[in-house]
Write a protein that binds this ligand. Structure first.
Ligand SMILES: [Zn+2]
Length: 160
C-alpha cells in the first residue's frame, strides 16, 4: 500500500500530492483512473490541510484535495487509502468537466459518487476486506441506513 510521508502544516500551504503520498503513481487502481497521465496529474495535484473536521474532499474552484489533518493523523490507514482512491476519481471527473456536487441528486444516488465508491470498493476487495468491513467503510454520519443500503447495492455490496 502506498504510504504517507512527512510532516504537515495547516497554514494553508499547498503541497504536491506526490510529496505527501508515495507510490500512488505506480498503483494499479490509480493508473486505471488516469492511465498515461497518472504521473502528470498526481504531480500537479495540490493538497491543502484543514482543521475543520471531516475526512477529505475536492475543492472544485482550486482543483485541490483538502484533507482534515486530524483524520490523516488519527484515521484508519486503510480508510484513508480508500478515500484517496475515491477522491482521485473525483479529480478525474473534474478534469472531464463533470459537476461534483450536483444537487439534483442525493449523495447516495449521485453518479459521480457512485463511480468514486466503485473504485474504492474494488480496491477494498483487492485488499480482501469482507462485506462487513466494506459496509463499515461506507458508513458515514451524513447517510441514513437506507442511503447506505442503496449506495452499497449500487456498488455491489450487501449491507444489513
Ligand atoms: Zn465523493
Amino acid at each position: 500500500m502506498p504510504r504517507v510521508v512527512g510532516m504537515i502544516s495547516t497554514s494553508g500551504t499547498a503541497y504536491r500530492f506526490t510529496d505527501l503520498f508515495k507510490g500512488f503513481e505506480k498503483n494499479e487502481a490509480v493508473r486505471k483512473i488516469f492511465g498515461k497521465e497518472t504521473e502528470t496529474v498526481l504531480q500537479n495535484l495540490k493538497v491543502r490541510f484543514t482543521w475543520i473536521g471531516g475526512y477529505m474532499w475536492i475543492e472544485p474552484r482550486s482543483k485541490s484535495l483538502v484533507i482534515s489533518s486530524r483524520y490523516l493523523k488519527e484515521g484508519d490507514k486503510t480508510d484513508i487509502y480508500l478515500d484517496l482512491i475515491h477522491e482521485l476519481v473525483h479529480v478525474k471527473q473534474l478534469m472531464e468537466g463533470k459537476e461534483l456536487f450536483d444537487a439534483e441528486y442525493d449523495y447516495a444516488d449521485r453518479p459521480t459518487e457512485i463511480e468514486a465508491y466503485q473504485a474504492a470498493v474494488q480496491e477494498a476487495r483487492r485488499l480482501r476486506l469482507n462485506d462487513e468491513q466494506v459496509c463499515e467503510y461506507l458508513r458515514t454520519e451524513w447517510m441514513t441506513s437506507e442511503d447506505l443500503r442503496r449506495l452499497a447495492a449500487s456498488v455491489g455490496v450487501t449491507c444489513t
